[in-house]
Design a binder for this molecule. Structure first.
Ligand code: ADP
Ligand code: MG
Length: 245
């Protein structure tokens, strides 16, 4: 019996007649950082939605912590693609939004949110509106909303795509720090091969639709990684070659 945080066993999914992903076999280990890359429409978002329980496979099995997980909704921390903060809510009110849905908003979780806001570099910004934050700060608040769910398995769908290059590099390092500090298991979708090589332990490549796993690459580079290192570029080149549009 597998006990890894997430396992796909021969998972196939379709939207009606449109096959999205096919025969996915993937096991994510405790504390691992897995990046999922592939061309647009290859089923990356679908795969994390299936893991989060927002979509059901047409065949195959999903295991969370070794258990066959029929009802997965709420068991993972899932951050959807283009996860915007609500502009009419203050930062703290945005951060506890997910907890409201699960009925976990109370004095204790609000205090915890305030504590974590400080750890996330947002001390003093609890009661302002998102528009008053920089892009990087907004994104850290959106991450905190996801992490507030306190689920050890974190599913992130292109969380950094909207950031400018400099902020993005900064948030990549910040997110790696959070991952280490809280010992999360992360599956992160990205369309950026450099980002995948910079951040992940393992990079999984999906083919064009219907997405099948065509390549899995362990990134054997010590952190912090040097983007200018020739070995870094060899990984990038290897992954680029595996992506077929
Ligand atoms: P990616 O995230 O890799 O860009 P998606 O998982 O969003 O890919 O989509 C995979 C395929 O499924 C695409 O071809 C897309 O057009 C299709 N698709 C996605 N969502 C739906 C939907 N709700 N209904 C029908 N087809 C969809
Ligand atoms: Mg997507």
């Amino acid at each position: 019996m597998p006990t890894s945080p997430l396992q796909f066993e021969n998972v196939t999914h379709a939207y009606g007649q449109v096959a999205s992903v096919q025969n996915i076999n993937l096991t994510v280990e405790h504390g691992e950082f897995v990046a999922l890359i592939g061309p647009s429409g290859s089923g990356k978002s679908t795969l994390v939605k299936v893991a989060a329980g927002l979509e059901q496979p047409t065949s195959g099995q999903i295991y969370l912590n070794g258990s066959r997980a029929g009802k997965r909704l709420g068991q993972t921390a899932y951050m959807p693609q283009s996860n915007a903060l609500l502009p009419w809510r203050t930062v703290i009110e945005n951060v506890v939004l997910g907890l409201e849905f699960t009925g976990q908003r109370n004095r204790e979780t609000l205090n915890r949110a305030r504590e974590l806001l400080a750890q996330f570099g947002l001390a003093g910004f609890e009661d302002v509106y998102p528009a008053q934050l920089s892009g990087g700060m907004q994104q850290r608040a959106a991450f905190l909303r996801t992490f507030m769910m306190e689920r050890p398995l974190v599913l992130l769908d292109e969380p950094l795509s909207a950031l400018d290059a400099i902020t993005r590099a900064e948030i990549q390092d910040w997110l790696l720090g959070v991952w280490r500090h809280f010992n999360y298991t992360i599956v992160m979708v990205t369309h950026d091969v450099h980002e995948a090589v910079y951040m992940a332990d393992r990079v999984v490549v999906l083919s064009a639709r219907p997405g099948k796993i065509v390549r899995t690459v362990e990134v054997g580079l010590a952190r912090p990684r040097e983007r200018t290192n020739p070995a870094f570029h060899r990984y990038v080149a290897e992954l680029m070659a595996a992506i077929t549009v």
